[in-house]
Design a protein around this ligand. Structure first.
Ligand code: WT7
Length: 635
């Protein structure tokens, strides 16, 4: 039996029990057997959830790119590491072998060094889904620079906020990006963002769309000529196990985005281990995750996890509906994809289209189907299972978070019997707990509560960049000695978990984590707006959509409301990005508030859900009369 690769349910239970009984030797065995270390660790784990401080493999030295690239060269040098599938299906796909990946990453790393980037510096990457996104990440990791990828759908304001928060000195971007039939001026967005980022010294620009863009002298450089001149070999920087690997921003329920900081050794071991088991990847398989590398799913399961296992991973530039709604199925057929990992929102969107799109393609290569990002509803699960998997490919409903670094609760395909909407069992090393409102753990099965994790796992984020106090308050203060996920969950009679959704003010729209506060802050910038409150409501494709209640400074004429709605969404697009736009905007004279002045979102949520029969006791509100007026005008 190997701890690393679980092949049946009995093994799962054995391995799981061992991981709880003796977590240190469990992870040490995996780390020792499956990775290259420049120096072994002195101590496997040191932890304290009240400070909080967690260290894995302390004293060890390594470089993650040596593990993801160099060590495969002897046996898999010619194997394809990355298949790049362009937005335009008539443009040829690129197959980048491990040997080529090594050269590309080394050359890129040398360019970074020439530009003055040093170990510990922060480099912001704002790129579309092109090979340079993966190679720039790996180039940073090779020289010990900390990458912070910003999803290329974020606005200039969102980009500059992130650059300033972690004080990056370089941005890597492209002239533009292709998304379906659209071309987006990424460099223009970067130029705007950089008007307010004093720390940025240089910008590297990948040529992709060949758009005519502005290059600011001294600051901006085209990447390709620098790569052409660079040496194709670059020694690794030897990193300590707990040296930061990357920062990735995620929304919180309040305030500015949180820069989740992940470190080197634990993250590597955890993403590699979970990738192997959750996708049951075997040599020769072709694996495809449709996420954008701008999100943690792409970091862990397009780049690091697959490459650490010497896998072939697809990087897709485009969108599911271009040139038509058959694009995903076309790519699966074309590259004979074995493991396919996507989001419920994509499944729901594709399930609305003609079944012909699916049926016209040969999907017989598929062995495992995955979903991530939000709870998958039963209907979407069945559609996916029946039409894509033909009831032959197990679905892994994987629950995890930016903060957890890797998958935490998920079936192991061909091992764990699946039930629609259940993420099922914790992976080895993961110790979930359900908590009640009084802070007590709820034991036993057939119960529901707030989902916590009570023991550290190697992939967990170690802090919020520059704000350890917030890290402690957000994740380790709600329940003593436990990591609080912000999600609710139930545990059934056999111990399976079903994630029921967020219990805080984070709303998951199309699988994107959106905090209400930053959106409200953006809306309140509109000169006509006095106050606003955002809640989620069910949407058949996006899962949730956003409903805004807005109080105007002057009631105004209702004929102007349509324009105001457009302007409000425009402001949100500028501050955050189009993903945070509101589907419904209701203008109101007041918002229900408690006597201490807190907005009662619970009531607003019920109205947006059209569940107004049982609003509970509203008599204690400061202004109960506004509730009826809001109901009467609800959209
Ligand atoms: C939140 C984390 C993890 C990568 C993508 C999202 C929700 C995630 C599931 C799932 C139900 C899920 C949770 C979680 N979520 N996966 N399989 N079932 N809910 O990362 O942006 O950090 O969001 O996504 O609410 O807390 P993220």
């Amino acid at each position: 039996m190997s701890n690393y690769h679980i092949k049946n349910l009995e093994e799962y239970y054995q391995v799981y029990r061992k991981s709880v009984r003796d977590p240190e030797s469990f992870w040490a065995e995996i780390a020792e057997e499956h990775f290259v270390w420049r120096k072994p660790w002195d101590k496997v784990l040191e932890w304290n959830f009240s400070t909080p401080e967690v260290k894995w493999f302390e004293g060890a030295q390594l470089n993650i790119t040596e593990n993801c690239i160099d060590r495969h060269l002897a046996t898999k040098g010619d194997k394809t590491a990355i298949i790049f599938e362009p937005n335009d299906p008539s443009e040829k796909a690129q197959h980048i072998s491990y040997k080529e990946l090594h050269e590309k990453v080394c050359a890129f790393a040398n360019v970074l060094k020439d530009q003055g980037v040093k170990k510990g510096d922060r480099v912001c990457i704002y790129l579309p889904m092109i090979p340079e996104l993966a190679t720039s990440i790996l180039a940073c990791a090779r020289i010990g620079a900390i990458h912070t990828v910003v999803f290329a759908g974020f606005s200039a304001t969102a980009l500059s906020t992130r650059i300033n928060d972690c004080e990056c000195n370089m941005v890597i971007t492209s002239d533009g990006s292709f998304r379906g039939t659209k071309t987006i001026d990424l460099k223009g967005i970067v130029d705007e963002a950089l008007e307010s980022t004093p720390t940025i010294k240089s910008v590297l620009v990948v040529k992709r769309t060949k758009a005519d863009i502005n290059m600011k002298s001294v600051r901006d450089h085209w990447l390709q000529p620098l790569l052409d001149k660079a040496d194709k070999d670059c020694p690794i920087e030897i990193m300590d196990a707990e040296d930061p690997l990357f920062i990735l921003y995620t929304s919180g329920s309040t305030g500015k985005p949180k820069g989740m900081m992940h470190t080197t050794a634990g993250y590597m071991v955890y993403t590699a281990y979970t990738f192997k088991n959750v996708f049951q990847y075997k040599n020769g398989d072709v694996y495809w995750c449709t996420a954008d590398i701008g999100w943690v799913t792409g970091h862990s399961y397009i780049v690091y996890g697959p490459l650490a296992n010497g896998a072939t991973t697809i990087l897709f530039e485009g969108v599911p509906n271009h040139p038509d709604f058959g694009r995903f199925w076309d790519i699966i057929e074309k590259h004979k994809v074995n493991q396919f990992y996507t989001a419920p929102t994509a499944i729901r969107a594709l399930a609305k289209e003609k079944l012909d799109y699916v049926e016209n393609h040969d999907l017989s290569s598929l062995k495992v189907l995955g979903t991530v990002g939000e709870p998958i509803n039963e209907e979407a699960w069945h559609w996916y299972n029946d039409n894509v998997g033909k009831k032959m490919s197990p679905i892994v409903d994987t629950w995890w978070q930016t903060e957890t670094g890797g998958i935490m609760i998920s079936p192991i395909p061909y091992t764990t019997p699946t039930i629609p909407t259940y993420a099922t069992l914790p992976l080895p090393g993961v110790q979930p707990a359900l908590m009640d409102e009084h802070g007590k753990e709820i034991k036993g099965n057939q119960v529901d509560g707030r989902l916590c994790i009570k023991f550290p796992w190697p992939g967990m984020a170690r802090t919020i960049w520059g704000d350890h106090k917030r890290y402690k308050e957000t994740y380790f203060s709600t329940y003593e000695n436990k990591y609080f996920t912000g999600d609710g969950a139930l545990r059934d009679t056999v111990g399976y978990y079903r994630i029921t959704g967020r219990v805080d003010d984070v709303i998951i729209v199309s699988g994107h984590n959106l905090g209400t506060a930053p959106i409200e802050d953006a809306i309140n910038e509109h000169p006509a707006v006095a106050e606003s409150a955002i809640v989620g409501f069910p949407h058949d494709v996006k899962g949730n959509a956003l409903y805004g209640y807005v109080i105007l400074k002057e009631t105004g004429e209702s004929r102007l409301h349509e324009n105001l709605r457009k302007e409000i969404n425009q402001i949100i697009t500028e501050h955050i990005g189009p993903i945070a736009k509101l589907d419904k905007i209701q203008f109101t004279v007041g918002l229900p508030k408690t006597r201490s002045g807190k907005i009662m979102r619970r009531i607003l949520r019920k109205i947006a859900h059209k569940e107004t029969d049982n609003l509970g006791d509203i008599s204690t509100l400061l202004n109960p009369e506004v509730v009826q007026e809001i109901i009467d005008n609800a959209l």
